[in-house]
Design a protein. Structure first.
Length: 125
């Protein structure tokens, strides 16, 4: 399994409509933490619909990219809950005793946790 890498992300707080209609690049990962909040990895769209949005650099996370099969296997071994069957999903919770965010798009995914827990995540993967 790959080692977690530090993520160059942005935390965005904006209207739900602005986040939904932002026209994200296909390479951008958008993790909707709440209806009005997202953790974004990748480029921001040129025009963002919410002039009152708060956009901050977020340097406090690491992530490990895994295949959907690897994620499902890891979750089965280490968690009491399972990923949704959807091909695209975002969930948060405790896995292997760590608070994680799990993003899935098709056959690709990522496990994200705080930088301070990077070694623990690597050991548990």
């Amino acid at each position: 399994m790959p080692a977690p890498e530090r993520l160059d992300a942005k935390r965005i707080v904006a209207s739900e409509a602005a986040l939904a209609g932002a026209g994200w690049d296909s390479e951008t990962i958008v993790m909707r933490i709440a209806p009005d909040e997202a953790l974004v990895l990748g480029p921001m769209p040129d025009s963002f619909l919410d002039p009152h949005a708060i956009v901050e650099d977020e340097e406090g996370f690491v992530g490990a990219r895994l295949t959907r099969r690897e994620l499902d296997s890891w979750m089965e071994r280490e968690s009491e809950w399972r990923l949704p069957p959807d091909t695209d999903s975002f969930t948060q919770g405790m896995v292997a005793g760590l608070p994680v965010k799990v993003w899935v798009a098709g056959e690709h995914g990522m496990v994200v946790t705080r930088v301070s827990l990077a070694a623990e995540l690597e050991a548990r993967l």
